[in-house]
Design a protein around this ligand. Structure first.
Ligand code: SF4
Length: 67
């Protein structure tokens, strides 16, 4: 299976500039999970901009019906 990095980058909603993991979804997910976080693509546009990628933030959004 080939890496879909170009396709991934074009669909990535992450606004954090200069991240070397952009488009490398496997590395992106791994780096966030070990910090008890989720990647940018799991959040709404407004929530993503806060850069709070914590599980707790995600759960709060789910409980508020925003996700
Ligand atoms: S979600 Fe995190 S690891 Fe993934 S591209 Fe954005 S800043 Fe980088």
């Amino acid at each position: 299976m080939d890496c879909k990095i170009k396709e991934n980058i074009s669909n990535c909603p992450c606004t954090y500039k200069g991240c070397s993991k952009k488009g490398k979804c496997c590395d992106c997910l791994k780096s966030h999970l070990i910090k008890r976080q989720l990647p940018a693509c799991c959040f709404t546009k407004d929530a993503e901009k806060t850069y709070d990628r914590s599980f707790e933030h995600f759960i709060k959004l789910v409980n508020n019906g925003e996700i």
